[in-house]
Design a protein around this ligand. Structure first.
Ligand code: UD2
Ligand code: MN
Length: 576
């Protein structure tokens, strides 16, 4: 009976103000299958009643008791859910399985209502609805997924339904990119039957997120498209400030602030608008975050105003549907994952649009440390996408990316159509984009040298080699046989005397030679290359860079121009 379901389905708990109520009361518990159906459903119902939350079940999932000290409404207001230190074997296994399948803590997600409430991360300024236009366009929300966890996907959809004005949502289009997890089959249709706005599209084969997004766009009818990843949570008031920007100018592409939902505890973390970042990229064509640059800050009275961003992270944005089509949506030659965010960013700016981050709009996203799903075997997918991107949009600047990958471009297919598109749209040059939209980016061609830094001692086959993993880790920079593949052996000597990798700089503070965020203050990051002696003199210490006798590490020692281990050759050196 509907009355009983109320308690289970969490509708009464969440931050919903009654908008988008399903046609009939419906439990968040999907119908179970198999012969233990009765039993399982009964157990679940009991447990759910105890904990006042939505409890999913996946066909193959063993039902175990929740932690005994679980609070009444776990995860409400975005609070973290912490598991007990001592867990039963069954629980441990359930937790591990969740991590393996999803690369986040699915077990914890399953303990939290799919309608949970969140804190309101907006500045006071944002809540004054008088500043938003009253004739906001409708948006379709497109959510592509490949093997997403049940509760996480549901929470994404409910957060849209529960926290968006009804009249601004056309459809919510779920695009299933050929998932094989059992809970994403018929169960999903059954679950969303009472929600007429939710439409489910199924790909006939694995397309990757880029073509899945194009498929979604082809089925959309509303004036605006809004994309979300399948593990997001929208906060109160997230939508209006996005649509407002598009209502004012249909060539403005907008991104919410992406808050972090902990992969471990599902805690919702946010920073106020003074902590807003904008998007950039490096010459490996990887996306990166940066503080709002000074020149941009000066354009605004309040830090809550939308800011220009050179690039977008990719997953969460709104765009006028016609403008998106005019820009040729995405390059359908992009596979699985990656590069599409830069493609859309570059062409938005280069072809007459504007890309903004809107600090009044906050959406949470579960950032994962690894990709849980299968990519393509035998193809370097990311490289292929990036080469297509570089070929079409980056003019001569593509060489810096190619250099970085050892000029090994692989097979990137045919991009004739995409080049034609760029021409037809009469888009500006990549140089224009760099000069005007992303002047902060360090350009390898502006450096004194770029490429490998080779030591001439002990046979002259040893190169400076950056530590793997995250940047700015203060790990010691190493040495390795020169491999001519770019990658970790790609360095730039800037005119200011920095030895750089993107925004990390070679730094010596008396102990190890490390990589550290470039500070532009010379000192520990200042190196001068003496052409005649081939030595690299360090600023503050006055010492010279050398390698150890067994060639396995860098040394700093008193300068002596007789020692070949202090001699270096810098690729593409040009002092003029
Ligand atoms: C970021 C973006 C993501 C995308 C990607 C680059 C954010 C928060 N996320 O990576 O949206 O732009 O960079 O391509 O900005 N998916 C499919 N089919 C696939 C693979 C993935 O449908 O073959 C779905 C997946 O379920 C998810 C979305 O695409 O909903 C993005 O994938 P992700 O979450 O693994 O990417 P993420 O957040 O690491
Ligand atoms: Mn994601």
């Amino acid at each position: 009976p509907a009355g009983e379901d109320q308690g289970i389905n969490g509708n009464v708990i969440g931050g919903s103000d009654g908008r988008h109520k399903p046609a009939r009361d419906e439990a968040d518990i999907p119908p179970t299958v198999g012969k233990h159906k009765e039993n399982l459903a009964e157990k679940l119902r009991k447990r759910a009643q105890e904990h006042q939350k939505a409890q999913p079940v996946e066909d193959d999932k063993k039902v175990i008791d929740p932690p005994s000290d679980l609070e009444d409404n776990p995860g409400e207001m975005g609070k973290p859910v912490k598991l007990p230190k001592e867990m039963s074997e069954d629980m441990k296994k359930a937790v591990d399985d969740g991590w393996t399948k999803n690369a986040f803590n699915q077990y914890v997600s399953d303990l939290i209502s799919v309608h949970r409430s969140l804190p309101d991360p907006r500045d006071a300024w944002c809540k004054d609805s008088a500043q938003y236009r009253t004739d906001l366009p409708k948006t379709d929300v497109i959510i592509c997924f490949h093997n997403e966890a049940w509760t996480v996907l549901l929470r994404t959809v409910h957060s849209v339904l529960d926290r968006s004005p009804e009249h601004l949502i056309g459809k919510i289009i779920l695009v299933d990119d050929y998932s094989d997890m059992p809970h994403l089959k018929k169960q999903l249709e059954d679950y969303f039957k009472p929600y007429p706005k939710v439409q489910i599209l199924r790909g006939q084969k694995r397309e990757g997120l880029i073509r899945a997004r194009i498929l979604g766009a082809n089925h959309a009818k509303s004036a605006v498209l809004t994309y979300l990843d399948s593990h997001c949570e929208c906060t109160e008031g997230w939508l209006e400030p996005l649509l407002d920007r598009i209502a004012r100018n249909s060539t403005t592409v907008v991104c919410p602030v992406i808050d972090v939902i902990s992969d471990e505890t599902l805690e919702y973390h946010y920073r106020d608008s003074s902590g807003v970042n904008v998007g950039g990229f490096d010459w490996n064509l990887q996306f990166s975050w940066h503080p709002v640059p000074e020149r941009e800050r000066k354009r605004h009275n309040s830090s809550a105003e939308p800011v220009y961003s050179p690039t977008m992270a990719g997953g969460l944005f709104s765009i006028d549907r016609e403008f998106f089509n005019r820009l040729g949506t995405y390059d359908s030659g992009f596979d699985i994952w990656g590069g599409e965010n830069l493609e859309l960013s570059f062409k938005t700016w280069m072809c007459g649009g504007t890309l903004e981050i809107v600090p009044c709009s906050h959406v949470g996203h579960i950032f994962r440390k690894r990709s849980p799903y299968k990519w393509r075997s035998g193809v370097n997918v990311l490289r292929k996408n990036s080469v297509r991107l570089a070929e079409v949009w980056m003019d001569d600047y593509s060489q810096y990316y190619y250099h970085r990958i050892g000029n090994d471009k692989g097979d990137w297919g045919d991009v004739t159509d995409r080049k034609q598109l760029r021409q037809d749209l009469n888009c500006k040059s990549f140089k224009w984009y760099l000069d005007n939209i992303y002047p902060e980016l360090f350009i390898p061609g502006d450096s004194v040298a770029h490429g490998e830094i080779r030591n001439l001692g002990y046979g002259g086959r040893t190169c400076m080699d950056a530590p793997a993993g995250k940047k700015h880790q203060k790990k010691a920079v190493g040495t390795y046989p020169c491999h001519r593949q770019g990658g970790n052996q790609y360095w730039m000597l800037s005119k200011a005397g920095e030895i750089r990798r993107d925004d990390s700089c070679l730094d010596f503070a008396g102990k190890d030679v490390t990589l550290y965020a470039c500070h532009g203050g010379k000192g520990n990051q200042f190196w001068s290359y003496r052409e005649n002696t081939k030595q690299l003199h360090h600023g503050t210490s006055g010492k010279c860079l050398a390698i150890s006798e067994n060639k396995d590490r860098l040394l700093m020692e008193e300068c002596n121009s007789e020692l070949s281990r202090q001699q270096w050759s810098l690729e593409n050196y040009d002092s003029s």
